[in-house]
Design a protein around this ligand. Sequence first.
Ligand code: ADP
Ligand code: MG
Length: 212
Amino acid sequence: MLPRRLNPNVLVSGTPGTGKSTTCELLQRRLKDATYYNISDFAREHNCYSGYDEGRKSHIVDEDLLLDELEPLLRKGGAIVDWHVNDVFPERLIDLVVVLRCDNSTLYDRLQMRKYHDAKIQENLDAEIMGVVMQDALDSYAQEIVVELRSDTADEMDENVDRIVAWTENWLKQHKDGVTNELDGQNEDASSEEDQDYEDDTQSEDSSQSDK
Ligand SMILES: Nc1ncnc2c1ncn2[C@@H]1O[C@H](COP(=O)(O)OP(=O)(O)O)[C@@H](O)[C@H]1O
Ligand SMILES: [Mg+2]
């Protein structure tokens, strides 16, 4: 397992219809070292489902199966992750959480264009008004890495992409050696010294024994 990542992982979240996928597609073109993961597609491709919700007419994503598949990819860094759910990814593997927000009448139009049924539109409008996705992000990640961005107009989307690109460039300057994938740097030293895999601290401190 990779102990460090050299490129940041960016999570783009928001109520369905706020513009995550369009934003991520633009971002992917601008960030040459990034890989875009649309989690709805990813879960389908890797069959990370635990069942089917008849009421919602949608598959239920099994978060453990999803993370089993996704964690090794997040450890490589440079992931752009697109999902309306944001509280399942380990905090140590996420560098920036963008929450896209949108005016409710605009969101209504977008979801209608998608032919969502009325109950599903209402559920999403309620979630957007109450700021559910933003609250989940703040509950799950350090406040400093959570950014809320308006995504009502095409100009705002372009500005958002510019901001995330600028943030990434800044991150790269500030983390020339990358960042750890481990919790609080635990095990990092041990696992990064690949050629010293079998040596532990006791052995290296007590070198007299190995000389005998
Ligand atoms: N900021 C924006 N300005 C104009 N249109 C937008 C904006 N964000 C999204 N859209 C449009 O709204 C629809 C839904 O966007 P999408 O990126 O699929 O949202 P999500 O992935 O969050 O569900 C698309 O037709 C997209 O072109
Ligand atoms: Mg989408």
